[in-house]
Design a protein around this ligand. Structure first.
Ligand code: G3I
Length: 327
């Protein structure tokens, strides 16, 4: 059982959370909790295209640099999110007018400027995020439109050239979705990473975002983790949260029974993850720190409590569940 001296730093693999530069600046309890509990952090928004590269010839390092300096001062690993995505394009990018060569150059310059800026400070990157639809087709993103689907391989090459020791991940959600999705997205992702590997493209890992819910079956979660591990790549549970209100009940309140059911799901996930080979365990990262800063209630406009810490920064049953997963 956990005690006041417990810390998630004691887990046998790095455990962390996606963090916000704004909260780090303004909320001392948030900051203290991160220092006490986490060996790893991901940048929630600070390194996304629209924030870090707001104009064609302007990079804005403010938030990213603050997070990195904080992490270095506290011996916390930094995972950079994300060098390429279909979302969060600034207006200049949406309106960029150029031929295929110009787009390739844009992608390369964007990736290499950022990776070089953080070389030696950011251990690993989500190079490409969410390239697939839930049915396994490529998203018709601006990158596919301008460069074709091989933009993915190029993005990994460009990042590797800029920092040959950084660990490079493909990151996506829904790899644990159930039978109704027929494994289409998972299979598309596995096919992609296996193809990249066989072509010698520098990819080191798969990110399973795992924005999940307490009713998701352990079988499906197990399938996502074990098939990712079978590729031989590192596996990062990269954006974990366990929603308690997937049916959008506007009147739902948090209760001891929900607390316990959530703990069971966190426990199951840790247990399955801990069973893959050590060398492939990159770590588990929750998406946000406490129920107060979770993206879930905001995005889905419903009450929810998806994280191991409550709005008062206290450990929930899920915190104990994480440790129980090691037994
Ligand atoms: O900072 C502005 C604020 O000034 C403004 O008043 C407010 C009004 O809309 O918006 C604020 O920006 C928001 C930002 O979060 C910071 O809170 C953006 O609108 C909002 O779109 C943005 O949402 C983020 C979302 O990605 C889109 O980038 C979430 O915080 C972030 O948690 C979420 O993270 C994604 C991962 O990157 C990829 N996987 C899924 C995950 C959850 O959606």
């Amino acid at each position: 059982t956990t005690t006041a001296d417990s810390s998630l730093k004691q887990l046998p693999f790095p455990f962390g959370a996606a963090i916000s530069a704004e909260l780090l600046r303004t909320d001392p309890r948030y900051k203290a909790l991160i220092i006490r509990e986490f060996k790893s952090i991901s940048t929630e928004n600070a390194m996304k295209f629209g924030i870090i590269h707001p104009l064609e010839n302007t990079y804005n390092w403010t938030d990213g640099d603050e997070i990195v300096a904080f992490a270095q001062a506290n011996c916390i690993r930094v995972h950079g999110h994300t060098l390429n995505w279909y979302q969060d394009a600034p207006d200049w990018l949406k309106n960029f007018d150029g031929d295929k060569n110009a787009w390739e150059n844009l992608l390369k310059t964007h990736i290499q400027t950022i990776v070089k800026h953080y070389k030696g400070k950011v251990t690993s990157w989500d190079v490409v995020n969410e390239a697939f639809e839930d049915d396994g087709r490529y998203r018709n993103s601006i990158w596919v439109q301008k460069l074709g689907t091989d933009y993915i391989a190029r993005a990994f090459q460009y990042a590797h050239e800029a920092d040959p020791v950084a660990l490079l991940f493909y990151n996506d959600y829904g790899q644990e979705y159930g039978y109704e999705y027929k494994g289409l997205k998972r299979n598309a992702i596995l096919a992609l990473v296996n193809e990249l590997k066989s072509r010698g493209v520098p990819i080191n890992g798969i990110g399973l975002q795992m924005h999940t819910k307490y009713t998701q079956s352990d079988f499906d979660i197990s399938l996502a983790i074990s098939t990712a591990a079978e590729t031989g790549l590192k596996v990062h549970i990269s954006e974990l949260d366990v929603a308690l209100n997937p049916n959008f009940d506007a009147t739902l309140t948090f209760s001891p029974s929900l607390d316990e059911m959530q703990a069971s799901k966190y426990k199951a996930i840790v247990k399955l993850y801990n069973a893959i080979p050590k060398a492939q365990q990159f770590g588990i990262t929750t998406w946000n720190v406490t129920d107060k800063d979770s993206w879930v209630p905001v995005f889905f406009k419903r009450p929810d409590w998806p994280l191991p810490f409550n709005a008062d920064y206290h450990r929930k049953a899920a915190y104990r569940g994480i440790f129980d997963g090691l037994k």
